[in-house]
Write a protein that binds this ligand. Structure first.
Ligand code: FAD
Length: 350
């Protein structure tokens, strides 16, 4: 790709959010391109741990236009999702350029200027769909740097092999904490630390139910009614591995320790306990470093109305989570916000 290419729209990021946006852009006749820094399709799914399972069945984990084909398992695994994203990109001939890393973005004379690993690109409207995987979040704990054992975030965790016969502290009460605990506890002695008692969904409730519930709730509110869900998107879905861990009685939790020392942690009553390893399952922040030059990133976010940046014309943020639309960080949820985003871009450019 030559330098100085100008596009009506550039989408940064070719994961599920970038592809969903591309799906709607391709119907508009606008000149657009998707830039993705990875070698292959798949976005964050290329980096997740080996045994990760989706919390909804395939047909409820789909991008706009084409349902994820059913596989052998009720809840698709990582390989199935990567294959689906690869096939989706090919099916709709989405113009994704790889690998192109966008280092920085500025705006002058109504144009965005992107400095990338392949030179300069410019565009009139910009969509950032860079996800969260590059920004693992680890909370501040006193003495964390003094701890001499292994520390990994779920973003780096691949499988249980590194932890065989070790004493492991798993921190974080969401789906990643539960799934990693389920796996590691088979080969290691584990202690699960969560801020409060985790919320486990009933066995027959999964992401599909929660998403459908949100739609019913929206309709009910329009009729002036209020209905209550049995859980929320952050609650732990009882996928097979977590159910199996429950059978082994390893799902119990304790509240946080007060500090680290070189060999382990100090509990609130002052006792010290040694650990070989800590696995942080404490979530992610939005990956927005490439937009710092626009001077609108505050506290790790950009102010938006739905997906549209409010302090700068021509910029949209797709994916990332609740702040850019309900369930926008899920395969089934991102389509809704992508469609609305492309409508707004068309209005803006016209
Ligand atoms: P990503 O998939 O991260 O894609 C962003 C792409 O942009 C990447 O390829 C990245 O390399 C690229 N990029 C980033 N910065 C730049 C840059 N500066 N220049 C160029 N390219 C760049 N979702 C579901 O739908 N169902 C589930 O069941 C589900 N389960 C989950 C379970 C766990 C434990 C976790 C942690 C997440 C789960 N998710 C699930 C959510 C899902 O993993 C992510 O939210 C999703 O990958 C976000 O998609 P995205 O396209 O926004 O970002």
């Amino acid at each position: 790709m030559a330098d100085q290419q100008h596009f009506d729209v550039i989408v940064i990021g070719g994961g599920q959010s970038g592809l969903a946006t591309g799906y709607f852009l391709r119907r508009t006749g606008l000149k657009y391109i998707i830039l993705d820094e990875q070698e292959k399709p798949g976005g964050a799914w290329l980096k997740t741990w080996d045994s990760l399972k989706l919390f909804s069945p395939a047909e409820h984990s789909s991008l706009p236009g084409w349902l994820m084909p059913k596989g052998d398992e009720a809840y698709p695994g990582k390989a199935q999702v990567i294959q689906y994203l690869t096939d989706y990109e090919n099916r709709y001939k989405l113009p994704v350029e790889r690998p192109v890393a966008v280092h920085s973005v500025t705006k002058a004379n109504g144009r965005f200027i992107l400095e990338t690993s392949k030179g300069e690109y410019t565009c009139s409207a910009l969509v950032s769909a860079t996800g969260t995987w590059k920004k693992p979040f680890i909370p501040d704990y006193l003495g964390r740097d003094e701890f001499e054992g292994i520390q990994v975030h779920s973003a780096q965790y691949r499988n249980e092999q590194e932890f065989v016969n070790k004493k492991v502290l798993i921190i974080g009460g969401g789906n990643s904490g539960a799934q990693i605990l389920a796996e590691v506890s088979k080969v290691a002695s584990t202690t699960w630390v969560t801020l409060e008692e985790p919320k486990f969904l009933p066995d027959d409730v999964d992401g599909r139910y929660l998403f459908e519930f949100a739609t019913r709730q929206y309709k009910a509110r329009q009729e002036g009614k209020e209905i209550k869900p049995v859980g929320s998107l952050g609650d732990v879905v009882m996928v097979a591995s977590v159910k199996e861990a429950r059978e082994r009685n390893v799902l119990s939790t304790v509240r946080p320790f007060t500090a680290f020392y070189n060999n382990g942690v100090i509990w609130p009553d002052g006792t010290k306990e040694a650990f070989d390893a800590v696995i942080w399952c404490t979530g992610f922040k939005s990956s927005l470093d490439h937009l710092e030059g626009l001077n609108i990133v505050e506290n790790g976010r950009i102010a938006t109305h739905d997906t549209k940046a409010t302090a700068l014309d021509g910029l949209w943020l797709v994916g990332y989570g609740g702040w850019t639309g309900y369930a926008s960080a899920t395969l089934i949820g991102v389509g809704r916000t992508a469609r609305q985003t492309v409508k707004e871009i068309e209005d803006y450019l016209n």
